[in-house]
Design a protein. Sequence first.
Length: 389
Amino acid sequence: MALDAILKEVWALYAIATFIILARYAVRLRTVGIKGLYWDDLLCFGVLIFNTSDAVLVHIVHYTGESSEVNAKWLETATQADIDRVTYGSKLEYAAWCSYPALIWCMKFTMLFFYKRLTLGSFHNRLIRYLFWFTGVCYIIVWFVLIFGCFPTQMNWQVTPQPPWKCAFRPQNFLAVAIPNILTDAAILMVPIPMLWQLKMPLKKKITIGAVLSSGLFVIAAAIIRVVLSLDAAPSAANINGWGVRETFIGIFTINIPILRPVFSRAFWLPGPYDPNAPGRGSGYAGHNLHSTPNKSFKGTKLGSEIDKLAGANEYELHSRTPVSDNFDLESNASTEKMVHTRSNRSQDYRYDVEDGVRVETSYAIRTTHRDEETGSMGGTWNHIGLPK
């Protein structure tokens, strides 16, 4: 009865995770359209595939059993049909051990590509690039242990004679996956901290966004809990696979939290094309967008548009040490810096500190006359002053 309850939990978590992933695509298509999809969206489809694979494999192995549950007493009474069944289940369990890290690392690269869309400046670009390499190398190490931790490979599904413990229970796999998993998650958490430091916004909002972007702490906690409880408990496929499913569910939930943020804004549900600056959004602001055709160092950065979705489009200030090109034009898929102002009579200055010592300083102040739907207040004044290079 307890085992059946585990299967119910597995499929319930799978259904919720699938709904979250599909909701992610609905949000992305609504906000940026199919042409605005990025690599993290493609990788999230891989997350869906590997998560489905894990759920199916866990379900089958639950009924077939696998070699970690075999002991000498069972072998004394086992028929050839029983041995064949457990051998088949052990092969599927080995397949699950291969798809499980593939799912986890798909989520890591999904988050890295998401951060790549948020980064601004050469420091963040370098950090992201190094993390891509570090995460990739860790994945290669995991695969090395999965293949050679029990060798020859067919011993992973050998039932009789009983295989050594490293091939039946595979304790080395737990450590080989958990240690790089935790290290890469901790390294990825380093990304949002310096990014938030650049944003001039209320501390409360910084904390909120930081909590969302740093939700990988829950994934780290889940990975640690899974290893401790799986190694400590009596070895069983139900226990090992059950904690694996819980860990991956937390990961799927975590990587999609930032993407689902627009669902909770009024602008998302308004008819017509999505516009986070729409007056009917409810927060009451006017906005102006700056877009650029960037030089090479701006490639892949969309800090303003994404943070705007997370933060709720209040005023903030960005300081970038990325060079500003001469052809700073107005609309690009590669770089979008969106600066949005609350209605007030103040002008705001935005400064871009350039590496070669040139500073471009622009102040925007546009007078708006429409009435705020929520508060009834009239628009404020924005000025525009440009200091050329």
